[in-house]
Design a protein around this ligand. Structure first.
Ligand code: ADP
Ligand code: MG
Length: 387
């Protein structure tokens, strides 16, 4: 969808901002450009909508060499979100949002209706905020208007230059999550600039790590964190890259341990006998459909003296995560509930549990899988427990 071919930009004063840029952003993909200040991220981005012209090389958008496209027409196909949102201070939020549709010749009423729809989409009630001026909004709200405005004409491509850079960390994380939810529905082709590796990793399907004027590594967040291509990238992603990787590695069914289970309607006495025979101190309690009901201690079953069912003695299981969630979420659940393991569910259905050892193994396996370019369950692995 967006393709850079050997692109370089040398500014008139002789500064080489970028050199030898070649990469591609697939349709519906979100690519983050990350690197320190002055490494050429903004220059890269502004070449896509022809606010800056490359010195050499070619850029294609939707298969077309953008030099052959009228810049004004090009920009209507490309939404642009910048830091501080760049809103017109003397126009209302609604009119700011309707800017591009109005420019492209929509009737004012239709453009405003569309703007109201978009404000709703980014979580701003148009009847409350539509009539306000940008100065009457918080930083986070202004950024939301910036996103709404960029999406108003429904462009296939979105450029975002440090879109959440000007807000505090709590608001920033909320905006990031909101944008990811939005992106899951609108599926734009997005190029997003940030200097923050955490943001790059959280937002990007793939990330381009910039050194001085060039890309040092272009890969998935997991691969960049797991196997940095150069010492520069390793330094840039930080010594805690293993920890960061927890947040980009999804829990897979193959990572899980199968603990002893008991059925909720099973009589307590035989269940206790069976668990004791297996030397199990606890069991996961499931209902007839295989949904998680809770957990039960073998001791509690034994103490019941043969009365009641497993369900009578079961306790709630608060530590659980859906399959596909990041490992970090599982780890966080363990800590929050002071649990030695978390249940992993597919909808209601219980799939297994993740223990700290299994979590570590999943992380190791995913690093190896990225390095070998294979699926995680194809990696040969000797766990610490097996050794
Ligand atoms: P980033 O967005 O990564 O901080 P930029 O793309 O803004 O980096 O800048 C890349 C390099 O190009 C920097 O060294 C910057 O000083 C230089 N630069 C940017 N714009 C101009 C310009 N108009 N004239 C000369 N040098 C520029
Ligand atoms: Mg910049």
């Amino acid at each position: 969808m967006i393709r850079f071919e050997q692109v370089a930009k040398v500014y008139p004063d002789g500064t080489t901002a970028v050199d030898g840029l070649s990469f591609e952003v697939a349709e519906g993909e979100l690519v983050t450009l990350v690197g320190p200040s002055g490494c050429g991220k903004t220059t890269t981005m502004m070449m896509v909508n022809r606010l800056i012209e490359p010195t050499s090389g070619r850029i294609l958008v939707g298969g077309e060499d953008i030099r052959t496209v009228d810049p004004v027409k090009l920009r209507r196909r490309i939404g642009y979100v910048i830091q501080q949102a760049g809103l017109f201070p003397h126009r209302t939020v609604l009119d700011n949002t309707a800017t591009v549709p109005v420019l492209t010749g929509w009737k004012k009423s239709r453009a405003r209706a569309r703007a109201a729809e978009l404000l709703d989409l980014v979580g701003l009630d148009p009847s409350v905020y539509g009539g306000r001026y940008p100065a009457q909004l918080s930083g986070g709200q202004r950024q939301r208007v910036g996103v709404a405005r960029a999406l108003a004409a429904d462009p296939p491509v979105l450029l975002m230059d440090e879109p959440f850079g000007a807000v505090d960390p709590v608001v920033r994380e909320r905006l990031q999550n909101e944008f990811l939810n939005l992106q899951a529905t609108v599926r734009k082709t997005v190029l997003m600039v940030t200097h923050d590796i955490e943001e790059a990793v959280r937002m990007g399907d793939r990330i381009a790590v910039y050194g001085q004027g060039r890309i040092e590594q272009f890969d998935t967040p997991g691969a960049v964190l797991g196997t940095p291509a150069t010492p520069y990238v390793a330094r840039f992603v930080g010594t805690d890259r293993g920890l960061k990787r927890l947040s980009v590695t999804a829990i897979e069914a193959a990572d899980l341990e199968q603990p002893p289970t008991a059925r909720v309607d099973e009589p307590a006495a035989p269940a206790a006998a069976r668990l004791r025979a297996d030397e199990a101190r606890w069991a996961v309690v499931l209902d007839r459909a295989g949904a998680l009901h809770g957990w039960v201690a073998t001791e509690a079953l034994s103490l019941a003296g043969g009365r009641g069912t497993v369900g009578d003695l079961a306790r709630r299981m608060d530590a659980w995560v859906p399959v596909g969630a990041p490992l970090k979420q599982a780890f966080s659940e363990m800590l929050q509930h002071d649990a030695g393991w978390v249940a992993v569910l597919d909808g209601d259905r219980f799939l297994g549990v993740l223990t700290p050892a299994k979590l570590h193994e999943a992380l190791r396996r995913s690093v190896d899988a990225d390095a070998q370019g294979v699926a995680r369950d194809e990696v040969e692995f000797d766990s610490v427990a097996d050794a």
